[in-house]
Write a protein that binds this ligand. Structure first.
Ligand code: GLY
Ligand code: MN
Ligand code: MN
Length: 430
């Protein structure tokens, strides 16, 4: 899709939001809603700020990820009022707004003040955003029922949002290719990160989340957060979980690569990828997301048996006894949007067999989810199994060998369509 097609869709997106927001506000008895874009807090005892990440509802309307101290006023029957903070400041540059078609749908003002804009004609005002920025602003702050109703407006993505998520996938895939090539050429975690950043033309601070880049056993730490500057003596595996933010929208992609000569690990990787394809294929309207999670455990049980890692137990027993959970301790995925873990995924809490699952809904067209099965060798989870009553079913020798490869995760971003699904990540790779 071309840039101009996306921009045309954005105008429709804004109109759709106006309708969704008006409905939510009227139902809750508000005739005005003021949204703060947020601002990076200062570090305690210092004059340095933390990295800024914009507030979800502001991004949902504007996609403007870099504007701090901005405000947006929504009123039924009125154009939204967007007030952007543009101080005269010789210490910092001020962000400029390049004219785009969606601006026509807003009343746009620029302010040298961080204060909320002045307006009248509102009787019942709600104000949402970081509470530390709302002090002194009149109105009802972050009212729970309204916030929940607004979160609900983000569950079904508009055509514009899906186009942005698709583009965020295309951009990130270029980074993942560069990262894989760097790993295979013997780069360190630090240099793999640089390769990813260079290919995606994205600063770390702009990324939707801190890229997870684990070589060898580091791949077994789910959210591994450091980058070794040295290459290990032998590069056995790479797990990279990294995305790109495009016009506010996030991609969230994980790829695992086996090092040269890692036959066993490579076979497991292929097995997990086959399972991941089947799980992505399950995405369709009417499907319970938790069923995809449960199917993952069944598939992992089969894979662990076939690989000779577990023996003497049938697949059902392996799941029931928590063996698959030790290899795959997280949930199968989550909603994706202007937040990586997008809101409103859990109208009901997750079941006890999936405590970390972030999405407990029945899938409907327009939802965008991640599908991210994993298979890890995490000593703190495997050791109790190995030393427990089921330990003799596990192949310690093989586990010891594979532990140096850390683990595998494969993560795609998938749209629920009217008839099935659209895999934005595989599409970007093809
Ligand atoms: N990148 C974090 C996650 O996959 O949920
Ligand atoms: Mn991820
Ligand atoms: Mn994810």
């Amino acid at each position: 899709m071309s840039e101009s097609e996306r921009l045309a869709l954005q105008v429709e997106h804004v109109k759709a939001l106006q309708g969704r927001y008006e409905e939510a506000m009227v139902a809750q008895g508000y005739d005005g809603l003021l949204i703060s874009s947020g601002a990076a807090p200062m570090q305690y005892g210092d004059d340095q700020g933390w990295t800024f990440q914009g507030y979800g509802p502001f991004l949902h309307w504007t996609g403007l990820a870099g504007f701090e101290h901005a405000w947006l006023l929504i009123r039924p029957g009125h154009k939204p009022l967007l007030s952007l903070y543009q101080p005269v400041d010789f210490w910092h540059a001020t962000l400029e707004l390049t004219p785009e078609p969606w601006h026509q749908e807003f009343q746009l003002v620029f302010s040298e003040s961080r204060e909320a804009p002045e307006f009248d004609g509102v009787n019942q005002l709600a104000v949402i955003g970081d509470p530390s920025l709302l002090t002194g602003v009149p109105g009802s702050h972050n009212p729970e029922p309204l916030c929940a109703a607004l979160d609900e407006t983000r569950v079904h993505k508009t055509a514009y949002e899906i186009a942005c998520l698709a583009k965020a996938n295309v951009l990130a895939v270029a980074g993942h290719r560069a990262a894989r090539d760097a790993f295979l050429a013997g780069a360190s975690e630090f240099d793999i990160n640089l390769a990813y950043q260079q290919a995606t033309r994205q600063r770390e601070a702009q990324a939707p989340y801190h890229s997870i880049i684990g070589v060898n056993e580091h791949a077994g730490t789910l959210h591994y957060q450091y980058y070794d500057t040295a290459t290990p003596p032998k590069s056995r595996s790479l797990l990279i979980d990294a995305g790109v933010r495009y016009r506010g929208y996030c991609s969230d992609i994980t790829r695992t690569t086996a090092g040269v000569g890692e036959g066993r690990f490579s076979a497991l990787l292929q097995g997990l990828e086959q399972l991941q394809f089947r799980l992505c294929d399950m995405v369709a309207p009417g499907v319970e997301y938790v069923d995809i999670h449960r199917r993952t455990h069944q598939g992992l049980a089969a894979l662990l048996s076939a690989a000779g890692l577990v023996s003497g137990l049938d697949e059902e027993e392996m799941v029931a006894e928590g063996i698959t959970r030790a290899f795959f301790p997280h949930g199968i995925g989550h909603f994706l949007g202007v937040q990586v873990h997008d809101v409103a995924g859990k109208p009901v809490p997750p079941p006890s067999d999936a405590p970390f699952l972030r999405l407990t809904r029945t899938l409907e067209p327009g939802m965008v989810v991640t599908i991210e099965p994993g298979l890890y060798f995490i000593p703190s989870l495997l050791e109790p199994l190995l030393t427990g009553p089921l330990g003799h079913h596990l192949n310690r020798e093989l586990l010891d060998e594979l532990q140096g490869c850390g683990g595998i995760r494969i993560e795609d971003n998938v749209v629920v369509t009217d008839t099935g699904n659209r895999n934005l990540t595989r599409e970007a790779e093809s």
